[in-house]
Design a protein around this ligand. Sequence first.
Ligand code: SF4
Ligand code: SF4
Ligand code: FES
Length: 530
Amino acid sequence: MPTFKLDGQEIPFEPGDTIIRAAWKKGVEIPHYCWHPGLSIAANCRMCLVEIKSARPMALPILAWDEKKKDYVETTKNKLQPACQIEVTEGMEVASKGAAVEKAQGAVQEFLLLNHPVDCPICDQAGECKLQDYWLAHQKKLKRKDTEPVHKPKAVRFGPTIVYDAERCIMCTRCIRFCDEVVGDHVLDMRERGNKNEITVSPGRELDHAYTLMTEHVCPVGALTSKDFRFKARVWFLRSAPGVCNGCATGCNTWVDYDPRYQRVYRLRPRDNEQVNKFWMCDAGMMTYKRFHEDRILTGRVRQEGRVVEVPRDVAIEASAKVLEKSQRLAVVFSAQHTNEDNFVLGKLGREHLGGTALYLAALSPESVPGGWKGDAILRHPDPNPNRAGATAVAGGELRSTADLAADVAAGRVDAILSLGWAAGESVEQLASLANVPHVNLSSNIGPLTQVATVVVPVATTAEASGTFVNAKGMAQQFQRAVNAPLGIKSAWETLIEIGKRVGREIAFAKLPEVRAAMPATTAAVAAAS
Ligand code: SF4
Ligand code: SF4
Ligand code: FES
């Protein structure tokens, strides 16, 4: 691979790479605002200016202050070039440090902050703002401008999810380019010139496509903020765990941002993965974090004489064992919302140990997603389940639907049910026949399956347990636990082992790696993906 030199370091590049892209691929950051690896080049912020040492210097005539003469004198300086726009050539030598470059970086910073309000204490971007970071790295000076800054609109509603602060905006146009180039919706544009310019929404429109939260994510400063996240948490208190989105079969890679003090998840952000989601996520996917804390099932539930009674988890496990040990024709319901590991242990208990031969898959249908679900040509897969492929592979092949299960129960072909998860493609009314047989359900949230169960045992969410999902392309992706499950609650696979013990069936897995090691289907999926 050809190479070039950046600050003395040999950096490889592919033909067509710009200086900044080649450096970024190698993990070296050249300061920038308007450049984004997933967007076209605008080259409008000038923060990425570098000195190209190997080329014939382009001498710019300038006036410089001469201390001896106490006057300005005519001289020249080497013209700096934007690293985001200049393509690398073999043997090129580039300096992104040194007096000339650092002076330019300081000057660009000063220019960008001339009218910028000192909002940091109340700005949601504080702690992850490029203006703060680069001010410290490249300017570190107090404002020289002592006149009133130009005032512009603040807290402008752009749409249902995003608020705009024009005074903080540095006109990098990343938000416009994201809407144009990734979403294909020219809903944002710029108006006015110079220090009066601002981002505007197309007349008669709102910023309301399926990827609006990404505009907040690509904004390098606090000009666009998400209504959902603003004023909820300070980012320096948050930690991040690598996750995989629950929203659909694409399996976008995420960062799960949580506050370790409260063991609470505050937001999901895209984790770059060029093969799966590049740099993006959809709004619905980013909002799936709400299920980690809302509509949770935190105690056991037992149906007694038609009424649901909350009971301690232990009592629910005991009640589950009683249901399962009596069953002769057990239905086992795998879950397209649960991990391979959970589904695998469900199969062990339900099929191998309890002899269940009627196998089904509980999966959301596009119509059963609250608000509906539609795939698109960007990221969103038509299947709103994160792990249909994994659950099916672990179960050993195609599974019947929960509608089939309802029909089998109505026809008397099933005498008990062991099901995983809350999700189903049918409503509670459509699944009403399931309430006619004893039904043990393991679930983290309230949903149609929990509402027709006889016994519900609470389990952890995917933020509270590590696991594996297989996406629609057959890629097995592992994610890590972010927060602790509420006291006493365990992952579904651990809970299934506990229930197994109560019915005298020993499943000898103590740790997640042991479960994984016993899973040939998943191993195959991992191999196919890598
Ligand atoms: S709102 Fe943010 S992303 Fe859009 S132009 Fe302004 S600073 Fe850039
Ligand atoms: S496209 Fe699917 S996997 Fe990606 S963020 Fe949206 S819902 Fe999640
Ligand atoms: S990052 Fe190069 S000009 Fe903005």
